[in-house]
Design a protein around this ligand. Structure first.
Ligand code: FES
Ligand code: FE2
Length: 371
């Protein structure tokens, strides 16, 4: 797991100005709420007074109020009121929690979990089809996968599993001659992608709707990743019949991932098709989850020699190379150290204002050293 990337924290409709919403991402608790203008905010969940969960409190006048002794924290994470202070006492400067940059898009509240200044931040993936004429989004699908998020992303980058895991769901099947070819990766900012051409006859498009709406042609499909936790799949059955599928993944902890799935389509545009496609997507997800939950080891092994990767795993290898590059930047969370120390102290993911102000109560989450 890495700091310094954008993570989906909650579906938009989970975040209100009535009560705070709790989330766990990168192994730590976060709290999210809306202010009176409707803007969403994401803060570290642990109250710096004596450790209560802000997410168990309530929202009052644009602040989140701790349920234990009523301290109030504003959108910047600064404590603005301590009810039990006497008139001659000030709120201590150290009474603050980390507050993270937020973007709300595609019905998802995203937070940048890290301390990089704005100009250095890796991007949140754009969904260019969103709101475009001729495209329709399915209702946001959020599902929990009982596996480490890197295994989940790798699964999406793997065209050779479709034939075995999803034989009936309309996924392009990788024919033997394709499986033998190297995946041609094309690097993109903070990631890499591939596209390949499949034979349409071997796709199960019946599962998706009326097959007669598809003109016989080759299927162009592929996948890519941006950062450690964003994955895109393109399935172009024809010029007119396209799916662009965006997976924003939140590692909850070492064993659980929350996947926010935005499915854009350029056909089957009738609103009543939403339900059918959601069913197909849920069935595909279940097929993947049934395999992923049993992977051993749960996480990707520390060295490539502990598995046998072949040509069709080319995108997986390229992804692991990316993970290595971000480790070398010093952004990888030291999961073992976190596991050992938690219970004795509360940790926080550093937010950008840690670079400009001192006096923070919570220790920053342990990171794997660069070398
Ligand atoms: S622990 Fe939050 S106000 Fe005391
Ligand atoms: Fe799959």
């Amino acid at each position: 797991m890495f700091i310094n990337f954008w993570y989906p924290i909650a579906a938009s409709d989970e975040v209100t100005n009535k009560e705070p919403h709790r989330a766990e991402v990168l192994g730590l608790k976060l709290v999210t709420y809306r202010d009176s203008e409707g803007n969403a905010h994401v803060l570290a969940d642990t109250c710096t007074h004596r450790g209560a969960s802000l997410g168990k409190g309530w929202v009052k006048e644009d602040c989140v109020v701790c349920p234990y002794h009523g301290w109030e924290f504003d959108k910047d994470g600064q404590c603005t009121k301590i009810p039990s202070l006497s008139a001659d006492e000030n709120v201590p400067a150290r009474a603050k929690v980390d507050s993270y940059p937020v973007q709300e898009k595609y019905d998802i509240v995203f937070a940048f979990l890290g301390d990089l200044p704005e100009e250095e931040r890796p991007p949140l993936v754009e969904v260019p089809e969103w709101g475009q004429e001729g495209w329709r989004a399915n209702r946001l699908l959020v599902f929990e996968v009982p596996t480490f998020y890197e295994r989940s992303i790798e699964n999406g980058l793997d065209p050779s599993h479709n034939a075995f895991v999803h034989p009936a769901q309309g996924s392009p099947v990788m024919q033997e001659h394709l499986a033998r070819q190297p995946l041609e990766m094309e690097d993109i900012p903070w990631g890499s992608k591939f596209m390949m051409t499949f034979d349409n006859k071997e796709t199960g498009t019946e599962a998706l709707g009326d097959p007669t709406t598809i003109e016989p042609t080759e299927v162009n499909a592929g996948s890519g990743f941006v950062g450690p936790n964003q994955m895109i799949t393109w399935i172009n059955f024809s010029e007119k019949n396209k799916f662009s599928q965006y997976f924003f993944e939140a590692p909850v902890n070492e064993n659980l991932t929350r996947v926010f799935f935005v499915n854009m389509r350029s056909w089957l545009l009738e609103p009543e098709m939403d339900e059918r496609l959601t069913k197909v997507n849920a069935a595909v997800a279940k097929e993947d989850i049934d395999v992923l939950r049993e992977l051993d080891p749960v996480r990707t092994p520390p060295t490539a020699s502990e598995e046998v990767l072949i040509r069709s795993d080319g995108a997986v290898s390229r992804y692991r190379q990316g993970l290595q590059e971000w480790t070398e930047k010093g952004w990888r969370i030291d999961i073992k150290s976190l596991r050992e120390q938690r219970g004795d102290r509360a940790f926080a993911i550093p937010c950008p204002s840690r670079r400009t102000s001192k006096n923070w109560v919570q220790k920053t989450i342990p990171l794997v050293s660069k070398d």
